[in-house]
Design a protein around this ligand. Structure first.
Ligand code: URA
Length: 218
């Protein structure tokens, strides 16, 4: 087992029975993560929904199927190239969004997770994630497809700078699946490809890794 996998297992166990906020009262499962423990790209969304609460893994319901489709279009193998998680790991009641104090209660878990995965790029999917990771000035509709350099608490240094790429949430895209130029689905597919092309370029420059063709399914 890799060191990262072992560290993530320990983190998951540490937070599995968390009672730091009231969200634990209605949960069936804490929803920690899925994908790869050492992925170059980490996608952070807002919160688990009913399907995720049922089974304990992020993005398994309708929004997950939408994300699978987006990933396939961008020639991304989620199991190998992406680490998926949320701002909070318990489902808020009655379909409401997570409150600020709930997001803050889960923040140390998320920071530790970022430190362990050590992604080259974070995708903030949707308004809540963009606001928390980048700042309240960000508008997902205006700033989608943009990169913001953000500081996170580091392990070897006090802070590490990680680029955060803003994207619409797959569930928002589902509500407006417009493939025409300027449509939400089309823009999100293009954004997702761009995010991975940015990382492919970093890997090519730094490590000589040949880039994958992300436009093969276009
Ligand atoms: N929506 C999210 O924000 N996260 C999930 O894990 C599933 C749906």
């Amino acid at each position: 087992m890799s060191a990262q996998l072992a560290l993530l297992r320990d983190l998951k166990q540490e937070w599995e029975h968390c009672t730091k906020c009231d969200l634990h009262r209605g949960r069936k499962h804490t929803v920690f993560a899925s994908g790869h423990e050492n992925a170059d790209v980490m996608l952070i969304a807002e919160m688990p929904g009913r399907d995720e609460d049922e089974c304990g893994y992020p993005f398994v319901g309708k929004a997950g199927r939408q994300l699978d489709m987006i990933a396939e279009y961008a020639n991304v193998d989620i199991g190998k190239e992406l680490h998926l998680t949320n701002l909070v790991q318990c489902q808020p009641p009655k379909g409401r969004s997570a409150f600020e104090h709930e997001i803050l209660a889960c923040w140390p878990r998320l920071v530790r997770q970022i430190q362990i995965v050590a992604p080259l790029l974070i995708i903030a999917a949707g308004r809540a994630a963009a606001h928390r990771l980048v700042g309240g000035q960000v508008s997902v509709t205006k700033d989608r497809g943009q990169i913001f350099d953000c500081n996170f608490p580091g392990v070897l240094t006090d802070e590490v700078r990680i680029p955060v790429f803003v994207m619409l949430h797959p569930a928002d895209v589902m509500r407006n699946p417009d493939m025409n130029p300027g449509g939400a689905l089309r823009e999100t597919l293009d954004d997702f490809i761009s995010a991975f092309e940015i990382v492919d370029k970093m890997r090519e420059e730094w490590f000589g890794t040949p880039p994958k063709n992300r436009r093969i399914n276009r």
